[in-house]
Design a protein around this ligand. Structure first.
Ligand SMILES: Cc1cc2nc3c(=O)[nH]c(=O)nc-3n(C[C@H](O)[C@H](O)[C@H](O)COP(=O)(O)O)c2cc1C
Length: 176
């Protein structure tokens, strides 16, 4: 059930050195293509990266927050097409979230790596670095990368008491 999945969901950045079965990768591919999108324009494309050399290089996309991709079994690079739809960011984000939840349901751990608006170094964006690495055409934007694999760390879900219910209002802003 989705609620129990959400209650235990956490970002997982350490993975067992074990490949993900082809059937599971096929399921992940199917699920991202079933993702909803504005006007059904589907302004996304995906690169499923399993090559260890490429995963190690993806791990160097940013100074902080991408290194764990080196140990992932799979990284899904999510590409948006701004010419196809103005709300491609929303569409790509929904696909990324669906991907993470389906991965979780299949016993995999995953974590988002933000690429859009992030730097690789002083003179290069993280997006330009990945574009060059994976031969991505200029009309597509690298939105994010979702790293995943069989978990090699355990984390408890967020406690009910830590949920920020003060951010939720009824009918009017500020009204409880
Ligand atoms: C839009 C977005 C961008 C994120 N970027 C990164 C990132 O670049 N590197 C990383 O290690 N985690 C990244 N995360 C994961 C967050 O750090 C994580 O979701 C947050 O700390 C809450 O932890 P939890 O997912 O375990 O509940 C990102 C998450 C989101 C939703």
């Amino acid at each position: 059930m989705l609620l129990s999945l959400l209650k235990k969901r956490r970002s997982i950045r350490k993975y067992q050195p074990r490949p993900i079965e082809k059937e599971k990768i096929d399921t992940l591919m199917e699920c991202v293509l079933r993702s909803p999108s504005s006007r059904n324009l589907n302004p996304w494309q995906y690169i499923f990266v399993t090559d260890p050399g490429l995963l190690a290089k993806l791990g160097k996309s940013k100074e902080h927050g991408s290194a764990f991709l080196k140990g992932a079994a799979l990284a899904v690079v999510i590409l948006g097409d701004p010419e196809r739809c103005d709300v491609w960011i929303e569409d790509c984000s929904i696909a990324a979230t669906i991907l993470q939840l389906v991965a979780e349901e299949m016993g995999l751990g995953s974590c988002w790596v933000q690429i859009r608006l992030r730097k690789h170094g002083n003179n290069l964006s993280a997006e330009e670095y990945i574009r060059d690495l994976l031969q991505i055409p200029d009309n597509l934007v690298v939105a994010s990368v979702i790293g995943m694999g069989y978990p090699d760390e355990t984390k408890s879900g967020h406690n009910q008491e830590t949920l920020q219910y003060d951010k939720i209002f009824l009918n009017f802003f500020g009204q409880r």
